[in-house]
Design a protein around this ligand. Sequence first.
Ligand SMILES: *Cc1c(COP(=O)(O)O)cnc(C)c1O
Length: 468
Amino acid sequence: MPLPPYKIKVVEPVLVWGRETRLEQARRAGFNLFQIPARFVAVDLLTDSGTSAMSDRQWAGMMRGDEAYAGSDNYYQLEQAVRQIFGFRHVIPTHQGRAAEHLLFSVMVGRDDVIPSNHHFDTTRANIEVAGGEAVDLAVEQTDDLGSQHPFKGNIDLARAERLVRELGRDRVPLAMITLTDNTGGGQPVSLENLTAYHRLLDEHGIPLFIDACRFAENAYFVREREGAHAGRSILDITADTFSLAEGCTMSAKKDGLANIGGFLALREEALARKIKERLVLYEGFETYGGLAGRDLEAVAIGLREVVDEHYLAHRIEQVAYLGERLRENGIPVLVPFGGHAIYLDAAAFLPHVPRELYPGQALAVALYLESGIRSVEIGGVMFGKKDPETGELLLPRHELVRLAIPRRVYMTEHLDFVAESLARLHERREEIGGFEFEYQADVLRHFTARFRPARSAPKPSKISIED
Ligand SMILES: *Cc1c(COP(=O)(O)O)cnc(C)c1O
């Protein structure tokens, strides 16, 4: 692994609790890891969102917070950083990524519109649907094959995209999206070749492309490492080429902004920017702060310049891959190639004796917490499963995954070794791990608030089907 291009100046204590305490906390939380207080977590791999360690420059920048209501100096710093890195003239700050999505779609998407992407992130999909549109996922088919070594599993399927825009045209497709990297598909990158062809196709039909830019720098690094034509180019050059294809982007600065809060919408066209700013002031705040304090704008402006550093990115991507390799060495089933921000465990393969209707992903995530205090997140039947209200049939997603998301600049190799060793121990005694059943579930987004109990007996044969 490359030398980390940073060292520790401030530390945050991690409290080490015993197994008894973890069990008590898990019971109290209804075996739902979202409900466990963070102080009872030793290594928190729930998400990479908003969990980055800020640099000394970012903290110093926060002291330069200019809290003027209008025209804060920090806004101009952010505007300049976005203009230089992404090439968009109009920069609209928002409190986080989903607010940028809401603003864009509420202006551009109407009833019965269809918006293609490789995979829409949950909040992106929800904001399109709230605006009356339909969000369609068109990632290449290799994305669904956890073992496929395709280097760009985030690519969009151009043939399906072409069919869609030919059939519906600009009238029904007012804009198209693509997510860099493809979070839902496993943090997988999109090649510049694929993006260029997608843009060409859209351009022929007069459809503007917008990029969900949350992990733009991680994507640029993969392009440099894996796409021969761009080997050795600078991250900034690749980023400039990437965004030159788009009319704008939505961004959560909680990811590749290296900040704990923040986001923005960046646009090429003035008329659209003006329309969106009218809504901004209604939902977020005045156009030079958009729901953020001046100090937060400064942290994002500095974070954007730090995240494109080649040494930072090399260490970041290699650190994630290091954990993946250590797991693979121990025979633990993982999604490959390793993603930019997380390692995904194939829980159905890890726990083949736990039937899908007893949620092997949930079982593995809970077992890992009880074993070592490591918090991960289930991405499987609990998060995406649905019960048909008429037939009572349980519809489950194709894959049952557990995501280990790596916060940026937070954990050391020792933490990753600890995670790998804990999982190796669990893998050795995997037969002892049993499934879970729901005790309570809400109608929407049930994974956040659900309560579970360990399944006592073998499940009754129930009607289930698995999406293809
Ligand atoms: C996190 C995320 C968002 C939403 O950003 P928030 O800051 O959480 O609102 C949108 N798209 C992708 C790909 C994300 O990962």
